[in-house]
Design a protein around this ligand. Structure first.
Ligand code: MGD
Ligand code: MGD
Ligand code: SF4
Ligand code: MO
Length: 725
């Protein structure tokens, strides 16, 4: 360590695990990152992405000032010019063409930033548009819908009690690469190993023999897309063999008899062909689940971004409920984060409504106020009243992350106006008229509003910026507050006024004295809002107290919270809600289906993240490559040798990638990672462009989706593969 170097603590924003980092800083540059051993939650764990924090932070391709398009060319501009341009264009467009003419796309990193949690809701209400699209309909929307229907609250997502469970049934997730999702658990791998060490068992359902599957007692290599059938059969076995025992939950359940009746024909024998699993294995998995002293069923991407994503997500919790594991230690529990609203007494709620409105062109029902991202392109392209003419993208790259990027790319080129809030000029932002770059993470404060509510332990940590904001930079909270003002006709007003308004409204809603506003501490509007949420939250905390604990405050293991969490109209868990019942015939129709050809699944790599970390040189190479994984039997049948260029064709188009022959994928299945395809002109990601890979989502035409949630089918997609000519 040189003389003028110092350290600073910072929670890592790069995945859902939220590890505490100790950054080494020379001057204003982050030169190193290691795990913070004293962090109350992560206790020193770090992965290669966290260790590359400095490289990512200092990436020379990061934009350091806004860009504004003049005469067709994006040029560096001042913040005033950027916001003046937005204020001159957007309100006028909405005035001329109606509020629906402005669309919004919110990408994944919004759940990783403070600004992304605090300001997008204000942006949406300032705009008043229903053309709201997010990465959720490429991801976890099925889980929100199933939780909404079961518990009356789309955000009430139970998480597996990893540290105390005796049995984990893990479906379509690969936490050894992803480090976990909708289950915030620093050192997920270590927690799985600890489960095995204490005599617990791990079953992994995945068409690939992943690193996670290799750790398991049992790997069930299911045919992709068939998980809802498997889960229905597990449920059927529990009921038929009288293994279902909801225990104390029985008092809070509606719909058990209807469920039992509806599921009766989904026997292991009936689903066996479609799942390509033998019936005996399915019965064994069900019996082991029922016999475990405490067990949790947990499903992620592979169970969500599929044709029956909502049914699979629902059945995951049906299994937790029927085995009495929901809401009990060692099972699946509802976290209570430090910024959650303090719990009220249990009482019936408003319930969860789906399809309150529909998309204009194809009539897709909304879910949680959102329309399917796969429908964004047609909403821009199709003439008529309500056509999207302007788009605001915050932290997103749908040209690579959603189906048929070429079509969306063309649609974006036809917009009247586009704003992108992004540190990179990526494949999507290249179409923007104004690009607003947030500062690098070292210069930003960090609080996990989203992930604390999915964490396997209640805890709270807050990091102030580790390095002062660079000259000419603007904090993302201020960027988004100014954007709210600019679109709402209040351009030029103080961004702090936005926060003051929110604080006043929150105090009124909570029935707290307005004078409390004056007691809030914090250097910024965002900090004062955090302080307020902590004070109104369930643990009687303040910002000051959290700041006094730089390694975090442990708030203890997850505790049972039922029936208080329930917000259904009945005040009960609605085990067999009507929209689910109406979708079940579609699953029944799938009983008869079997493999007809190759299907495509995705994969993630530990040293990458969706579409935006391919620009960090130190994370590239090795197995972090865009190859088509194919089983040796399939490779031989289609005539591919290892390293040959394979042509993959599907409904949305075709791509070519090197074949990687491996028996880690089961027969009948091929795998390509997503987030690649950095070959479009006009971007500024020089490292990524050098070895661009291909965009797997070009294989999709966007028509396949889970109808209840509007989530795109990204896994179990029919493809054909041949050697490239
Ligand atoms: N085939 C296939 N497609 C998939 C998936 C899959 O498994 N298979 N996964 C899907 C999933 S789960 C997701 S979440 C989506 C993700 O889809 P998106 O959210 O659309 O895309 P990302 O690649 O996460 O891009 C995020 C953008 O945010 C920017 N960014 C990074 N940090 C910040 C910040 O602090 N502030 C701001 N404003 N911007 C920032 C990055 O530069 C990047 O441009 O992709 C989906 N697409
Ligand atoms: N390193 C890294 N970490 C990340 C990300 C990243 O890109 N890189 N992305 C982050 C994001 S946005 C998210 S949402 C999470 C996702 O976290 P995970 O859900 O753990 O994501 P994946 O690693 O894609 O694992 C999905 C698994 O599902 C399997 N699968 C595919 N189809 C099926 C199917 O039909 N049935 C079953 N049972 N399995 C199937 C795939 O083979 C794969 O192993 O990861 C987050 N963390
Ligand atoms: S596991 Fe996730 S949060 Fe932890 S260091 Fe790696 S990227 Fe950061
Ligand atoms: Mo995601």
């Amino acid at each position: 360590m040189s003389h003028d170097s110092r350290t600073a603590l910072r929670v890592c924003p790069l995945c859902e695990a939220t590890c505490g980092l100790t950054l080494t800083i020379e001057g204003t540059t982050v030169t190193g990152a290691r795990g913070d051993r004293d962090d109350v939650f992560s206790q020193g764990f770090i992965c290669p992405k966290g260790a590359s924090f400095g490289g990512l932070d200092a990436d020379p391709d990061r934009l350091r000032s806004p860009l504004v398009r003049k005469d067709g060319v994006l040029r560096e501009a001042t913040w005033d010019e950027a916001f003046d341009t937005i204020a001159a264009k957007l309100p006028a467009l909405a005035e001329a063409h109606g509020t629906q003419a402005v669309g919004v796309y919110l990408g994944n990193p919004n759940v990783h930033t403070m600004a992304g949690a605090l300001y997008p809701p204000l942006l949406l209400s300032a705009l008043g548009t229903r053309n709201v699209f997010t990465a959720s309909t490429l991801d976890q929307m099925p889980k929100h819908v199933s939780s909404g229907l079961l518990f009356g609250d789309a955000h009430a997502i139970p998480v597996p009690d990893l540290d105390r469970t005796a049995h984990l049934l893990l479906i379509g997730a690969n936490p050894l690469e992803s480090n976990g999702s909708l289950c915030t658990a620093p050192d997920f791998p270590g927690r799985l190993k600890a489960l095995r060490r204490r005599g617990g068992t791990l079953t992994v359902v995945d068409p690939r023999r992943t690193r996670t599957a290799r750790l398991a007692d049992r790997h069930v290599a299911i045919r992709p897309g068939a998980d809802a059938l498997l889960l229905a059969a597990l449920t059927q076995v529990l009921i038929e063999e009288k293994l279902a025992d909801p225990g104390v939950l029985a008092d809070h359940l509606d719909g058990y008899d209807e469920l039992a009746h509806a599921i009766a024909d989904f026997t292991p024998e009936a689903v066996s062909t479609a799942c390509d699993l033998d019936a005996g294995t399915i019965r064994t998995v069900a019996r082991e689940l029922a016999a475990a002293p405490a067990a949790a069923v947990y499903g992620r991407i592979g169970s969500c971004t599929v044709e029956h994503g909502t049914l699979a997500s629902w059945l995951v919790d049906v299994l937790n409920i029927l085995t009495g594991n929901l809401d009990r230690p060692g099972g699946a529990l509802f976290p209570l984060s430090a910024t959650a609203r303090a719990p009220r007494a249990a009482a019936p709620g408003k319930g969860f409504a789906l399809g309150r409105w529909s998309s204009r062109v194809s009539g897709h029902p909304e879910a949680k106020g959102e329309l399917p991202t796969a429908a964004l392109a047609e909403e821009i392209e199709t003439p008529g009243e309500g056509r999207i003419r302007a788009l605001i993208v915050v932290a997103g790259n749908p040209v690579l992350s959603s189906p048929d990027g070429d079509r969306l790319d063309r649609a974006l080129a036809g917009l009247d106006f586009m704003v992108s809030v992004d540190p990179y000029l990526n494949e999507t932002a290249r179409h923007a008229d104004v690009v607003l770059p947030p500062p690098p993470p070292s210069q930003s404060a960090h609080f996990d509003f989203a992930f604390n509510s999915f964490a396997v332990r209640n805890q709270v940590r807050y990091s102030r910026p580790a390095v002062p904001l660079e000259d000419g930079g603007m904090d993302e909270s201020e960027i988004l507050a100014r954007l709210v003002l600019a679109v709402g006709g209040l351009h030029g007003a103080s961004p702090e006024a936005v926060d003051d308004q929110v604080i006043a409204a929150a105090l009124t809603r909570a029935g707290a004295p307005a004078a409390l506003a004056a007691e809030l501490t914090g250097d910024t509007g965002a900090e004062r809002r955090l302080d307020l949420m902590l004070r109104l939250g369930p643990y009687d905390l303040t910002l000051e107290r959290v700041l006094a604990h730089p390694h975090g405050i442990d708030l203890g293991p997850l505790k049972p919270r039922l029936p208080q969490v329930l917000k259904t109209r009945s005040g009960h868990i609605e085990l067999f809600p009507a929209p689910i019942a109406a979708d079940l015939p579609r699953l029944r129709a799938a009983l008869g289906t079997g493999p007809t050809g190759l299907v495509l699944v995705g994969r993630r790599h530990l040293r990458s993240n969706n579409s935006w970390m391919h620009n960090v040189a130190s994370l590239r190479g090795g197995s972090n490559v865009c190859t088509l994984q194919i089983h040796p039997d399939d490779a031989a049948r289609v005539g591919l040798s290892d390293g040959d260029t394979a042509r993959i064709t599907a409904a949305g188009g075709e791509v070519e990638a090197p074949a990687e022959i491996t028996d880690a994928v089961r027969t009948g299945v091929v795998s390509l990672p997503h987030g690649w395809g950095h070959s479009r002109p006009g971007t500024r990601m020089s490292v990524a462009e050098a070895e661009p890979g291909v965009n797997v989502n070009q294989l999709l035409d966007g028509t396949l989706m889970d109808p209840l949630s509007g989530t795109s089918v990204l896994n179990a997609v029919p493809v054909s593969v041949s050697p490239a000519p």
